[in-house]
Design a protein around this ligand. Structure first.
Ligand code: 3PG
Length: 384
């Protein structure tokens, strides 16, 4: 990708506006998972150590866009977590308060970008206001780079200078590697709905050698193949699209599954041609895992997105846990992304053994589909 990077810019004595994605789960006023904050630290430290004054901004959740402070969506818990990690006090300002400061602090945070009217419409006036806050804009919110918002995209157009942060560049390099390295490349995709992943499946079944499907996605293909799937989660409206996928020899669906008449009861192993009317598919059976194993072990690159069964339930987590462990054990370069995927990898205890774990959900899927991400496009336009 041809955008400017941090190491091409002299940061000394500059003011820097850094857009991060610190959209993290908050429970009882505390950050419940600090992964996105921790992964943003290298860029924060790099900018501070280079002698610049740093202003951080991020969105959190989906508040009402009304220019008003909404406590539930305040970045305050995130700032507390950042204070703990950096071991320093960090002031949190509203945009108006920040603009009234006579001096820019060494490190400060500006409140939730989504409080501002015009953020989601990529409003020109708001973009210009943000661009004016500093000498340089650094985009490091890869997980929000698929949103053409004022704080991710418009601000780039109007800033004096703009570049990519370390995390954004790292994400793009890892994800591009999986997309471009074509030797024995395998995608393994799960999750509930085929409708949300159809374009991803189509695009990966062009660019990769094999696409293994599981979860609700595979259920819909099994139903499209003409099998009775009982009470399994499927998308009726997607049956004809699913049928088309069945013609693609790169696509692999399970032949052996675990079914039950209740997700609260233990399951039984069956072939996909003998599922009872009152049963639903909840997991991959050991026979399917045995069939997948050599494919994953021989893979040059592996892209993993989505759980392969109802992994939140103890009775039906074995398939996803086993897949996660096989991916971690494979010599292939493995990349995982998407919210549930990370939780599944964490549950399997292999998060540290995957080669790259993306911090993004929606942006990860869009990038892998081959879509242009507006914030990255804006960064590229800045150098052209
Ligand atoms: C995410 O969590 O995927 C990003 O922070 C984007 O959030 P959004 O879907 O609310 O735009």
């Amino acid at each position: 990708m041809s955008y400017k990077r941090l190491n091409e810019i002299n940061l000394s004595s500059k003011s820097v506006l850094l857009r991060l994605d610190l959209n993290t789960p908050i429970e009882n006023g505390l950050v419940a998972n600090n992964e996105r904050i921790v992964r943003s630290l290298p860029t924060i430290n790099y900018i501070i150590e280079a002698g610049a004054r740093l202003i951080v901004m991020s969105h959190l959740g989906r508040p009402e866009e009304n220019n008003l402070f909404q406590e539930e969506f305040s970045l305050s818990p995130v700032v507390k977590e950042l204070e703990n990690l950096l071991n320093k006090k960090i002031p949190l300002y509203s945009l108006d308060e920040f603009e009234d400061l006579s001096q820019i602090p060494e490190l400060s945070v500006v409140e939730n970008t989504r409080f501002r009217i015009g953020e989601k419409t990529n409003d020109t006036d708001l973009s210009k206001r943000l661009a004016k806050l500093a000498d340089l804009f650094v985009m490091d919110a890869f997980a929000t780079s698929h949103r053409a918002h004022a704080s991710t995209t418009g601000v780039i157009t109007f800033s004096v200078d703009a570049c990519a942060g370390l995390l954004l560049d790292e994400e793009i390099n890892a994800l591009s590697k999986v997309k471009e390295d074509s030797k024995n490349s395998v995608a393994i995709l799960g999750g509930a709905k085929i409708s949300t992943k159809l374009s991803l499946i189509n695009s990966l079944s062009n660019s990769m050698d094999k696409v293994i499907l599981g979860g609700g996605i595979a259920n819909t293909l099994i139903a499209a193949k003409g099998y009775d799937v009982g009470k399994s989660l499927i998308e009726e409206s997607m049956l004809s699209e699913a049928e088309e996928l069945l013609d693609n020899p790169k696509i692999i669906i399970p032949h052996s599954v675990i079914v039950s008449d209740s997700s609260d009861k233990p399951g039984r192993v069956t072939s996909i041609d003998s599922i009872d009317n009152n049963e639903a598919i909840f997991d991959l059976a050991p026979q399917s895992l045995t069939a997948i194993e050599p494919i994953l072990m021989d893979a040059g690159t592996i892209l993993w997105n989505g759980p392969l069964g109802f992994f939140e339930k103890e009775n039906f987590d074995k398939g996803t846990m086993h897949i996660a462990k096989m991916i971690a054990a494979s010599k292939g370069f493995s990349v995982a992304g998407g919210g549930d995927t990370i939780s599944a990898a964490e549950k399997a205890g292999v998060l540290d053994r995957l080669d790259y774990v993306s911090t993004a959900g929606g942006a990860f899927l869009e990038f892998m589909e081959g879509n242009k991400l507006p914030a990255i496009e804006a960064l590229e336009n800045k150098v052209n």
